[in-house]
Design a protein around this ligand. Structure first.
Ligand code: ADP
Ligand code: MG
Length: 243
């Protein structure tokens, strides 16, 4: 069986700006890959490309053996298998917490309301916010909202979850409650690609670290290797600033 995600020589431009430069990598089933690197290096664009929120100019992205098409029903199907959690939680403001986690499973997965609600409650429980199910997003703290966003992703039973700086918008005291949920998912075998500046999380949960700089994967290593013995000058420089 091949890797769950294969990114093969993808390129992306925004106008004259070459944002992803011949990027290739893979993510195995159950693997936790942490993407780090300076601001503007292309981390978000890579995530968005994998979920086809962004088109690519060349190269291919294969998810579970199927090449992502650029549009159409097949794309919608494949995209439903990829969860995405953003820095800004993006909950539906006018829906309850439970509705937030049941909507897509009913619409896309065709679950009955009853089944979607029982699965939704299970996922809210998994991230520790089941007791908030009847509330509106604005009534929850940032950390709670982000945990709901993770539960909403999980409710679709994705093959892979992409998390793009999921704790960057949070007050410091709420960061750990979200990281703890992510560590739990990693331990449960969820396949994850996580963009984060939380080096503690990378050390604890990552199977592999991708260091991006200037649209390229500059270095790819286990966290032990990367944090103790970075090879490229750019990675050394980056680590000297963040550690
Ligand atoms: P990172 O997430 O590593 O900070 P991004 O992937 O967000 O980097 O951005 C990479 C580069 O692409 C940056 O120079 C950014 O300004 C540029 N960029 C990102 N999105 C767009 C867009 N929609 N239009 C034009 N330029 C963009
Ligand atoms: Mg980003």
């Amino acid at each position: 069986m091949g890797p769950l995600v294969v990114v093969d020589r993808i390129n992306k431009h925004f106008g004259d700006l070459h944002v992803l430069k011949d990027i290739s990598t893979t993510v195995a089933k159950g693997e936790v890959v942490v993407v780090i690197g300076p601001s503007g290096s292309g981390k978000s664009t890579l995530c968005r490309a994998i979920n086809r929120l962004e088109t690519i100019d060349s190269g291919t992205i294969t998810i579970d053996g199927k090449v992502l098409p650029s549009e159409g029903a097949e794309l919608a199907r494949l995209r439903a298998d990829v969860g995405m959690v953003f820095q800004s939680f993006n909950l539906f403001a006018h829906k309850t917490i439970l509705e937030n986690v049941t909507l897509a499973p009913m619409k896309v997965r065709r679950l009955s309301k009853k089944d979607a609600e029982s699965r939704g409650m299970e996922m809210l429980d998994r991230v520790g916010v089941a007791n908030q199910a009847g509330k509106m997003p604005a009534q929850l703290s940032g950390g709670q909202q982000q945990r709901v966003a993770i539960a909403r992703s999980l409710a679709m039973e994705p093959k892979l979850i992409l998390l793009d700086e999921p704790t960057s918008a949070l007050d410091p005291e709420m960061i750990n409650e979200v990281l703890d949920v992510m560590v739990g998912l990693a331990k449960d075998g969820m396949t994850m690609l996580v963009v984060t500046h939380e080096m503690g999380f990378a050390r604890k949960a990552a199977d592999r670290v991708l260091f991006m700089a200037d649209g390229m994967i500059e270095e790819e290593a286990t966290p032990e290797k990367f944090f103790t013995d970075p090879q490229s000058p750019r990675a050394q420089d980056f680590l000297s600033k963040v550690l």
